[in-house]
Design a binder for this molecule. Structure first.
Ligand code: DQA
Length: 147
């Protein structure tokens, strides 16, 4: 199967960005770990980080054409703002898992709203870089049942 991992704005700064909130693991380390484990399980893997909403929307649209079976997405700040990215995921109707390093529910009030959670298969948040590992485990489990 084909997995796509999408990272929203400012996640390129992981490692140095508010480490007390987001930890010290870099995005490259997260991606390398996910890629290795997805490929070891026999799946295709592609990932993209962008600070631009339209780039993420375009990549989601392309996922319908390239045979992506499942999307893992940390929409970052777009979680709380982007109807456009939500609509793109709804349009392609590819199942997705929402991921956050922090637990948005124990932070500022404005982070409690997600434009994604009600469409997601599930949400993993609050475990730092491990949130990605747990989400990938859930994805692999699901893909092993569907193939
Ligand atoms: C985040 C949480 C968001 O509220 C925030 O805007 C981010 C990162 C997380 O992974 O914890 O940029 O999605």
């Amino acid at each position: 199967a084909k997995l796509l991992v999408l990272h929203g704005p400012n996640l390129n700064l992981l490692g140095t960005r508010e480490p007390e909130v987001y930890g010290r693991t870099t995005l490259a380390q997260i991606d390398d770990d996910l890629r290795g484990r997805a490929q070891a399980a026999g799946h295709g893997y592609d990932s993209l980080q962008s600070n631009a909403e339209h780039v993420l929307v375009d990549r989601v649209q392309a996922a319908r054409e390239d045979g992506t079976d499942l999307i893992l997405i940390n929409p970052a700040a777009f979680t709380h703002t982007s109807v456009a990215l939500r609509d793109a995921l709804a349009a392609v109707a590819i199942p997705f898992i929402e991921i956050h390093l922090s637990n948005p529910h124990r932070r500022e009030e404005f982070r409690r709203t997600s434009y994604f959670s009600d469409l997601a298969l599930g949400v993993v948040c609050g475990f730092g870089a491990d949130s990605y590992r747990y989400a990938l485990d859930a994805a692999l489990q699901r893909l092993s049942h569907s193939s």
